[in-house]
Design a binder for this molecule. Structure first.
Ligand SMILES: [Zn+2]
Length: 453
């Protein structure tokens, strides 16, 4: 025991002594950058979206067959930040996180009728005993069936809000635009259970507030429209869209009363005036990134999910379901914000907030590398930058080449330790990626500036 403790203490001591050894460094990062553009492979240009091209070129994701993508370490960091943000807002509406199996029994999908109505998009599989399963695209059947077995479910347990973040599957006929339309994707799905319709609507309003908060914190302009209930069903729904020229949905927005609707819901989408206020309707294309549904008893009825009410009788639970396409938010945000030349991340999900570039090996300033580690430690001590700094230590590359790569990867702030760092009062270049603004700061000025971010 003594030896064990001593070993741990000794290891920690070494970590503190050589802290810079633990700094995140691009030389150690698995980031398979595409040097040759995908266009050279003969793929038609119009089938590739900006986000797909940039995310693959910058080594954020790697294509793994048609409509499938692997997340590289930088991409995984973005997903983790998105997950944290969603978890925070879900907690505020009392939602509890759980995890359901990816496979759902086919017989449950047959009970609700969706085995047939979902059509070819449903990925059906069989086990060795010839039993049917689906690789779940959504989990209404699975969660309702689980809850229906909790026979002592009482009005005291309601409202109940359960959610998960997991891989979902869709046999997409025509996968394209990278993560925007693919076969496997990461989704947050929340299922809510209430005693009656009034409380289900109150839940719907609370979750809608959480959705507004999530999309406002991400900072990408979004449009909320009345949606099509489609194959999920229920009495009404709302969709959250990121605008994009290549978007698969057409949204109609009234400039008068603000009423917005998915064109799928409108019988005559060529009508240029609002039916309720007469205002002018503008059309925009978008990608759906979130969808909320008030379901009623569409699933609790066929799967017999009930609770004991105050009078001791069994009543069907009233449901809602609420999705956010997590991997799609990543791609659609990049699609909405980026230019052809580089990624722009929403501040809250940038893979690292700061990239620090040190002097080139063999240059006059090569002896200033210690500044890189000093800045990493001091900036890293600001709470909002903790663990959010990466050093481009590939010192055989010129500073210019590394700045270009850092801009393309989309780090919001790039700090250069170059010639000016050897002056009497050392100064550092701070490049603000979004504005392309370059400022020279002393160490103290730099910290003051970043503390305000
Ligand atoms: Zn109107």
């Amino acid at each position: 025991m003594m030896n064990y403790n001593f070993a741990i203490r000794r290891k920690r001591g070494i970590q503190i002594l050589f802290r810079h050894f633990y700094h995140k460094r691009i030389s150690q990062l698995f980031q398979p950058i595409n040097i040759i553009s995908k266009d050279a492979t003969g793929k038609k240009e119009e089938l590739v979206s900006i986000s797909q091209k940039l995310l693959v070129d910058c080594g954020i994701v790697r294509p793994r067959g048609n409509g499938m993508f692997a997340f590289m370490p930088l991409g995984q960091r973005v997903l983790a930040k998105l997950t944290d943000l969603i978890d925070e807002e879900m907690k505020l509406v009392g939602a509890q996180k759980m995890l359901l199996p990816t496979l759902t029994s086919g017989h449950l999908w047959k009970k609700t009728g969706r085995w047939k109505t979902t059509g070819d998009e449903l990925v059906k599989v069989k086990d060795r005993h010839d039993k049917d399963y689906v690789l779940s695209p959504t989990h209404e059947e699975a969660v309702v069936d689980m809850l229906s077995e909790v026979y002592h479910l009482s009005y005291r347990n309601l409202p109940l809000r359960l959610y998960q973040i997991s891989s979902k599957f869709r046999d997409e006929a025509n996968p394209r635009f990278g993560l925007l339309r693919c076969k496997e994707f990461l989704m947050k799905d929340l299922y809510t259970f209430d005693q009656d319709e009034a409380s289900a609507i109150s839940t719907y309003d609370q979750v809608s507030e959480a959705y507004n908060a999530i999309f406002q914190r991400l900072g990408v302009p979004f449009v909320k429209v009345a949606g099509d209930c489609g194959n999920i069903g229920g009495s009404f729904s709302h969709e959250y869209h990121y605008p994009a020229a290549i978007g698969q949905d057409t949204l109609l927005i009234c400039n008068g009363c603000g009423y917005s609707v998915n064109s799928e819901l409108v019988s005559d989408s060529n009508n240029t005036n609002c039916s309720s206020c007469g205002g002018v309707i503008t059309t925009t294309k978008g990608f759906e990134v979130g969808h909320t549904f008030l379901l009623g008893t569409k699933y609790s009825d066929p799967l017999n999910c009930s609770y004991q009410n105050e009078n001791g009788r069994r009543s069907l639970v009233q449901m809602g379901c609420y999705g956010i396409g997590v991997s799609r938010v990543l791609a659609a945000a990049v699609e909405a914000l980026s230019s052809e030349t580089g990624i722009r991340w929403p501040w809250v999900i940038a893979p690292y907030k700061v990239c620090i570039i040190g002097p080139k090996r063999g240059s006059k300033e090569a002896n200033l590398t210690s500044w890189v580690h000093f800045l990493t430690d001091t900036i890293g001590s600001i709470k909002s930058f903790q663990d959010d700094i990466i050093i481009d230590d590939r010192d055989t590359f010129t500073i210019g080449k590394r700045v270009m790569e850092a801009k393309k990867t989309g780090y919001p702030f790039i700090i250069v330790v170059g010639k000016k760092a050897s002056e009497l009062v050392p100064r550092f270049e701070l490049i603000e990626n979004i504005t392309n603004n370059v400022q020279l700061f002393s160490h103290v000025q730099l910290l003051d500036f970043l503390r305000g971010k």
